[in-house]
Design a binder for this molecule. Sequence first.
Ligand SMILES: [Ca+2]
Ligand SMILES: [Ca+2]
Ligand SMILES: [Ca+2]
Length: 387
Amino acid sequence: MSNVNEEMGKAMDMIMKVSKMVVRGVMPFYLLTFLPLHAQRMDDVAVHSKYIQAVDEYRPAPGQYVNDVPEYEVGDSEQDMIRKCTERLANNERSLVALGGWGGYITFHFDHSIANIPGQRDFAVWGNAYQEMRNLVFGGMNEAGVVMVSKDVNGNGKPDDPWYEISGSCDVDSIGKVTYGYEVTYCKNPMGDIPWTDNQGNSGTIDRNHYHTQEYYPQWLEDGLTFKGTRLPDNMLNLSEKVDAGFSPYYFVLVGFRYGYADNLPNYTDNADATSYNYEGCGIDISWAVDEQRQPVNLDFIDFVRVYTGLNQKCPQPEWWGETSTEIQGAEDIHLDASLQAIRDAITGIPSVVLNQPLSVYDLQGRKVQNPSRGLYINKGKKYFIK
Ligand SMILES: [Ca+2]
Ligand SMILES: [Ca+2]
Ligand SMILES: [Ca+2]
């Protein structure tokens, strides 16, 4: 029968096999590994955060909030702008970052891998979507961002691994109206409307308005930015005739999609209750990830999340709304404890099981134990971690 030291030795072997698993943060990886499981659990809760740790990439498309949210200052490099995004989003800071028109994106990570817990949404992305005031449609200020996920397969802590898109509700609700393999290229036009062309033979402009007087093309990026991805179906409705002209001469709304996007549905289920987080509407299930052929992929963990603006449309009244632009306010692991437990399980190769029935198992010294409490045991020749 194994003893605890042998168990730890085997665990170390497993670590080499799963070295792809990234556990970032203040606790060194080796320390996390050698701590007794109970102590790890205590430390994990104290050390790890469910919120974004840092932003890795920020390449917005042109837009009325670009160079302003966050602010570009003369001489800023791409790294400076990424740092400004981190300052706005990490640790639940909850300031906004704007992604500009279609295709503009941001990439961020947490201080641990997020586990794909079966049957559950795994992380939530917070934006600034809201229900329109007159309750005429579902949603109303929906600027859906497409969400992508990636696992740090090469273990270098950088988002240079395969990416998978989250298949949101448009894939089932709007069949034939979603454009896959879409591309848009934007060109500089200093202090003017920003021209774009797409790979479907269309062209247009991101128009200036008098509310936002700064340059709309991301100042720190090269001319001729090209973005690739999925274009969601236009969702803007003109409901101007449905409202009193004294209230507003225009009333355009952006109808919400059911699930699977960022900045799509409100952060709260009850606007009067700041604790009513909308994990259902803003939550993402890693099991929704698909490959380039839109076939489901089976991911046990993800290390990076990317969000890009999924709509290419603008309001015909630019003083009401301009281009549709996804905004991000933060993100969180919906089940921090479960993610940390899944990481430990993967490191040790020991699955966590919840045994509800009173039964007898063997401890690691081979002694029979009745009604085992939390810990490592042997049962029918298999190792079990009982939660
Ligand atoms: Ca899941
Ligand atoms: Ca990597
Ligand atoms: Ca928004």
